[in-house]
Design a protein around this ligand. Structure first.
Ligand code: 5RP
Length: 229
C-alpha cells in the first residue's frame, strides 16, 4: 500500500502527459496539484515550453519556483485544458471543491477551459456529494445574514466560518468561507442555483457539469482514467 502522498504524486504526475508542448493551461490548487507542478517543472527543465494560468497565489508561487511561465486569465482567450484537484467526485463527475479555499478562481478558470481534468486519490470518489463540508465563499460584510439564510433553507445542519491558525481564513479575493455541513446533497445543481440567489454569496464549491475526465490513483499503484463527457 502506497502512502497517501505517493498516491497523490501518481495522480499529479500522470496528468502531466495531457499537457502538450506550447500549451497554455489552467493550473489548480492543492496538495495533488503540487505534484503536477513538480512534474511539469521537471519536464520544463527538459524542454517542455508551457504557460500556466494559476488558480491561486499559492499555485502561482509554486509554478514560478518550478521554472514554469505564469500568465493571467485576462491575457488568454480560452484555455484548452485545466487540471485541478477536488474534495469529492460523484459518479457523474460533479464536484465539491474549495477545501484549499481557492474555489472562486478555480471555477472561473475551469469555466474558461474546454476541458477540466480532475486529479485525485481514490478516497475522493463518492456515491453522493455532501459528506465533505460544502465551501461557500461570501463577502465579509454581513456574512452572518448569509449564514442565517443558508441555515434557514434547511440544506445543512451546521455551518462553520472557516478559520486558519485561530484566525478567520481570508481568500485570495478577501472573502470569507462558510463550510456547510450538508451530509447528503440530493440535487447539486439546484443547491448551487439556490445558494447563488442569496445576496452576499460569491461562489459555491459545487462544480456542476464541468469535469471532462478524472485521473484517479489507488493505493496499489493503479492509475485510472474516468471519462465524463
Ligand atoms: C482548493 C481545492 C483543491 O483542489 C481540493 O481541496 C483538493 O485538494 P487536495 O489535492 O489537497 O486534496 O479545491 O480550493
Amino acid at each position: 500500500m502506497l502512502s497517501s502522498e505517493e498516491i497523490k504524486k501518481r495522480a499529479g504526475a500522470n496528468a502531466a502527459d495531457f499537457v502538450k508542448q506550447g500549451a497554455t493551461i489552467g493550473l489548480g490548487t492543492g496538495s495533488t496539484v503540487y505534484w503536477l507542478i513538480q512534474e511539469l517543472g521537471e519536464r520544463t527543465k527538459q524542454g517542455l515550453n508551457i504557460t500556466v494560468v494559476p488558480t491561486s497565489a499559492q499555485s502561482a508561487q509554486l509554478a514560478k519556483e518550478a521554472g514554469i511561465t505564469v500568465s493571467d486569465l485576462d491575457k488568454v482567450d480560452q484555455l484548452s485544458l485545466t487540471i485541478d484537484g477536488a474534495d469529492e467526485i460523484d459518479p457523474k463527475g460533479q464536484l465539491i471543491k474549495g477545501g484549499g479555499g481557492a474555489l472562486l478562481q478555480e471555477k472561473i478558470v475551469a469555466s474558461a477551459s474546454k476541458e477540466l481534468i480532475i486529479i485525485a486519490d481514490y478516497t475522493k470518489l463518492v456515491k453522493q456529494l455532501g459528506k465533505f463540508p460544502l465551501p461557500v465563499e461570501v463577502i465579509s460584510f454581513g456574512y452572518k445574514q448569509v449564514w442565517k439564510k443558508i441555515l434557514q433553507s434547511g440544506v445543512c445542519k451546521e455551518i462553520k466560518l472557516r478559520e486558519k491558525e485561530g484566525k478567520i481564513f481570508i481568500t485570495d479575493h478577501q472573502h470569507y468561507i462558510l463550510d456547510c455541513y450538508c451530509e447528503k446533497i440530493e440535487d447539486a445543481f439546484l443547491l448551487n442555483e439556490n445558494l447563488h440567489l442569496i445576496p452576499g454569496v460569491v461562489e459555491t464549491g459545487l462544480f456542476i457539469n464541468m469535469t471532462t475526465k478524472a485521473i484517479i490513483a489507488y493505493g496499489d499503484g493503479r492509475v485510472e482514467e474516468i471519462k465524463f463527457k
